[in-house]
Design a protein around this ligand. Sequence first.
Ligand SMILES: Cc1cc2nc3c(=O)[nH]c(=O)nc-3n(C[C@H](O)[C@H](O)[C@H](O)COP(=O)(O)OP(=O)(O)OC[C@H]3O[C@@H](n4cnc5c(N)ncnc54)[C@H](O)[C@@H]3O)c2cc1C
Length: 328
Amino acid sequence: MKTLVLVGGGHAHVEVLRRFAQDRPPGVRVVLISPDAHTPYSGMLPGLLAGHYSREDCHIDLRPLCDRAGAAFAMTRVEGIDLAGRRVRCADGQTHQFDALSLDVGSTPDLRSVPGAAEHAVPVKPVSALLEAWRDMETRCERRPAGRLRLAVVGGGAGGAEVALAMRRRCRREDPGDEPAIAIVTNGLLPGHSERARALVARALAGRRIALMGGRLVVRLSAGEIHCASGERVPADLIVWATGAAAVPWVGQSGLACDDRGFAAVNDSLQSPSHPFVFAAGDVASMTSRPVPKAGVFAVRQGPVLTGKKDRIDRAFMRKYQAGRTPP
Ligand SMILES: Cc1cc2nc3c(=O)[nH]c(=O)nc-3n(C[C@H](O)[C@H](O)[C@H](O)COP(=O)(O)OP(=O)(O)OC[C@H]3O[C@@H](n4cnc5c(N)ncnc54)[C@H](O)[C@@H]3O)c2cc1C
């Protein structure tokens, strides 16, 4: 009996488990390792912040999924991979031996490159920490006039813009003077998107009284203040960090081949070129032949590739996505 260890209950592994539930692979013991039993579908996160969905609506319970797929579930966090010994080391002190390993642990916004960000900002991921900070913010809104609170999002990508819009929806009051001020501080709105998309989002932000502070390079955070390269300081009671994705350090430290940003290099079959018994999908993976954006839609489509039902993400989808014709 061979052992397949799935690390992370991300979008691709959810799809793998769903397929295993329908068609179990013979002669394989499957183990899923995840620090949480519930994994968020982050495409719905802005809707959760805005109040459109409940927490249950946006989370998938991994335990029944594992039960149906005949997989064991280990609720812990992987902290390192021993590639020579073919085992992963976990935060609870356990190690799990594997014949094949698959990584789908996502990414987090890069808090390391800006001093003070880790201490004074709340990253958009993990979702659980953002929700906790958001609940705290709502309590503060109840305690003092919301109109005196200042919320800021650092990062003007699609995620940052969505989160700012969701915060406005949640804090909307009949009297706009009673709403918190919301700003996006960024060196560029929607980089990588079309001019038309940028114009539409800028209009949506202006229409909802969200200040777009573009052309600002954030260089430091201190308690309640964002410091820009120009010397400008932006005061904020809550700073949400929504900058580009960073890789988890232990993947690169394991000796696995990685790209220059520390994401696991994989071929079209999602297999590591340095260690063919290791696979990676979703944000943690970097496809060497044709890089794809760090987006959940790609992670979902990588599930069938991991199970061997497809040999690559289909080209028609890639073309549509790149042309901006596929909703996220
Ligand atoms: C606000 C916001 C909105 C977004 N909206 C969209 C959208 O509309 N459409 C879209 O396509 N993308 C969207 N994205 C991007 C999307 O969230 C990611 O690209 C997607 O979640 C990546 O999926 P994944 O499978 O790589 O990992 P994830 O879905 O992030 O899952 C990773 C899992 O791994 C687990 N994990 C982490 N570390 C460890 C560890 N050490 N050991 C074990 N398990 C671990 C985590 O608990 C988590 O369950 C959005 C992102 C944000 C921040």
